[in-house]
Ligand binder design. Structure first.
Ligand SMILES: *Cc1c(COP(=O)(O)O)cnc(C)c1O
Length: 386
């Protein structure tokens, strides 16, 4: 009898999440309401930064869009980001009619290369979107210094980065203009679909709150009278429909409480992979430095140059052995839209290109048993013929 297929990722939903969702359903209030407000408060408190505003939205994509909109990014502007990411990081720039300048990664960390960022700055550059790839913090001190030097805004794509630290500080409190987390089904904590925009900039937070719900502003009324009637609002802009529901927030409240336990479980799996793969012709996933917390959303290894087997064949063999894998990412410079829009060539992104050709993401999630982890390790050895 062969073992059941081990999926690449699975959410970890506990009884507390289920009970809270049921409570929302029974309460009569299922869209944005008290549970969303509580999730926002809990989230700001979790990161622990004083004066931190958390704005819950229905996806990280929405949060990134709102952050750039609030920063006034628009036609004629350029925004720099990494090619080694999901398309959502870059597409939001195009929503606003601005242009995307993709740059290469540092192959040691898979994160955006600050030197490549510096080289890509032009007089049109307005902002920078670092991605904390796999949950390992990008080089924020270097990136923030470049941003300061050139007067750029910084919006962190922290879709992988809860909980992640850099210099002992949580991503979300590092001093950028805004940071956006994802609660998509396979992320480190989940609400099914969802995201959180975090900022210390009160004006930005207020704009994002207005724009996440049709550009409706109730605060405007306060100028005239102390008491706002429940039916009153003013439309101050053509906003979006990006609010989080209380059904989603109900899940998020309890997922957040378990975020550190989840991280420890994933870190233990990563440590076991690292140890088991040490003697194999593989480049193991980049590991955190001292004082850095790695969220371990992904465990992306690379086939070493001595491995003859093509990456696709390696994934096929693992699949046949009952192990689900993935690839993070097909770089944006290879995607038809981005490639054609900006006439991009792989030679412009040698590190991302090389990584892509040899990369495989292994399962790394809290519901994996020790036996599941050993099964993945055995399958990797077998696929390599080791
Ligand atoms: C998942 C992801 C997003 C988008 O998150 P959603 O919540 O699905 O919108 C953005 N950037 C990166 C790097 C991601 O992995």
């Amino acid at each position: 009898m062969s073992l059941p297929f081990l999926p690449y990722a699975l959410p970890d939903i506990g009884e507390e999440e289920i009970a809270e969702v049921v409570d929302a359903l029974r309460s009569g209030w299922i869209t944005t309401g008290p549970k969303t407000a509580r999730f926002e408060r809990d989230f700001a408190e979790f990161l622990g930064g004083p004066g931190l505003h958390a704005v819950a939205v229905n996806s990280a994509t929405a949060g990134l869009h709102l952050a750039l909109e609030a920063l006034g990014i628009g036609p004629g502007d350029e925004v720099i980001t990494t090619t080694h990411t999901f398309t959502a990081t870059a597409e939001v720039v195009r929503y606003l009619g601005a242009d995307v300048k993709l740059v290469d990664i540092d192959p040691a960390t898979m994160n955006i290369d600050p030197a490549a960022v510096e080289a890509a700055v032009t007089p049109r550059t307005r902002a920078l979107i670092p991605v904390h790839y796999a949950g390992l913090a990008a080089d924020m001190p270097a990136l923030l210094a470049i941003a300061r030097r050139h007067g750029l805004k910084v919006v962190e794509d922290a879709a992988h980065a809860l909980p992640t630290t850099s210099g002992g500080q949580f991503v979300g409190t590092l001093g950028s203009d805004a940071t956006v987390f994802s609660f998509y089904a396979n992320k480190t904590i989940t609400t099914g679909e969802g995201g959180m925009l975090v900022t210390r900039d009160e004006v930005l937070a207020r704009r994002a709150k207005v724009m996440r719900l049709h550009g409706m502003n109730r605060d405007a009324f306060d100028r005239f009278t102390a008491k706002v009637p429940s039916w009153y609002y003013e439309v101050v802009a053509p906003g979006f429909k990006y609010n989080m529901t209380d059904v989603a927030a109900a899940m998020g409240i309890h997922q957040l409480r378990r975020a550190h336990v989840f991280q420890q479980k994933r870190a233990a799996i990563a440590a076991r992979y690292h140890e088991a793969f040490a003697g194999l012709p593989l480049i193991t996933a980049p590991r955190p430095g001292p004082g850095e917390l790695h969220a371990w959303h992904l465990y992306a290894l690379r086939l070493g140059s001595r491995v003859d087997l093509h990456r696709d064949a390696f994934i096929e063999r693992l699949f046949e052995l009952g192990i689900g894998c993935s690839v993070h990412y097909i770089p944006l410079h290879l995607q038809p839209y981005w490639r054609e829009r900006y006439a991009l060539q792989p030679a412009q992104f040698p590190h991302s290109q090389q990584a892509y050709e040899r990369q495989v993401s292994l399962p790394i999630y809290t519901r994996m048993t020790d036996a599941d982890v050993e099964r993945v390790i055995a399958a990797v050895r077998q696929a390599l013929g080791a």
